[in-house]
Design a protein. Structure first.
Length: 262
């Protein structure tokens, strides 16, 4: 029984890990190709320094107040999330916010970290290439017109086709980049990445005009284009707990009995 629980826990951890990388990809789509090039180049520089100097503490720490870091990484959508998903921990040191990798304690830890960083760098390259390809397809299909009066350059257009704003229960609004062919299910999965593992499965989404009407399984299969969520839309994420579901079921049953008793 204990072994089964351990396997289930490891599966949940891996699922959560994969979900965090998917979250990064959605955030990357909010950037322009130019911003992604910048993010890629400077992220690779930081990670290469760590690979070449694995035990040097100065290379394992990223100061978020640093103008260089803010300009090239922290200001880009998904920049911070990439490093935290890789294993960097957010901390405060001398009243300064930093990202830091834990100190290595063994050769085994070092080898595992090298593999993890190399895998993350490949993921970074492949994901940014996918985002750029999506941008190129978007520009080609939509025949984007450059407005010289507004100084609107094609290079300033983000890679995604749809920008979805998701309102979380705590009142915070987060953005995610999607394509027209993505489904409402993808939005729900993205919204769930902002919740803890314990609450994740309870998260549902709904339209802002009726926050009580949860988007059902049939609607989740709809594309964003068919759901008319292109090019921008607002979605509400709600934590629909088991207790709330039971309450709704009881209310429906009570209502049903009221109807048949009339």
């Amino acid at each position: 029984m204990q072994q089964l629980r351990q396997q289930q826990f490891q599966q949940q951890q891996q699922q959560r890990h994969d979900q965090m990388w998917e979250k990064c990809a959605r955030l990357f789509l909010l950037n322009t190709p130019r911003e992604l090039d910048e993010l890629e180049n400077y992220t690779e520089m930081i990670l290469t320094n760590i690979l070449n100097n694995p035990i040097e503490l100065k290379y394992r720490k990223i100061k978020l107040s640093n103008k260089f870091i803010h300009s090239h990484i922290a200001s880009k959508a998904g920049g911070i999330e990439f490093f935290t998903t890789l294993g960097f921990i957010k901390r405060t040191e001398d009243d300064e916010k930093i990202l830091q990798l834990e100190k290595l304690t063994s050769i085994v830890d070092q080898n595992q970290e090298i593999h993890r960083i190399q895998t993350a760098m490949k993921w970074l390259n492949n994901t940014i290439l996918t985002c750029k390809n999506a941008w190129q397809l978007k520009i080609t299909n939509e025949e984007v017109i450059v407005d010289k009066k507004m100084s609107k350059d094609v290079e300033d257009i983000p890679c995604c086709e749809c920008v979805i704003s998701i309102r979380l229960p705590i009142g915070t609004t987060v953005l995610g980049g999607f394509m027209k062919g993505d489904k409402l299910l993808d939005i729900r999965n993205y919204a769930r990445s902002y919740f803890t593992m314990e609450k994740m499965e309870e998260v549902q989404i709904c339209q802002p005009h009726d926050s009580r009407a949860i988007i059902d399984e049939k609607e989740l299969a709809m594309t964003l284009n068919d759901a008319e969520l292109y090019p921008r839309a607002m979605i509400i994420a709600t934590c629909f707990t088991k207790e709330v579901r039971q309450l709704v079921v009881h209310e429906v049953i009570d209502f049903f009995f009221q109807l048949i008793s009339v």
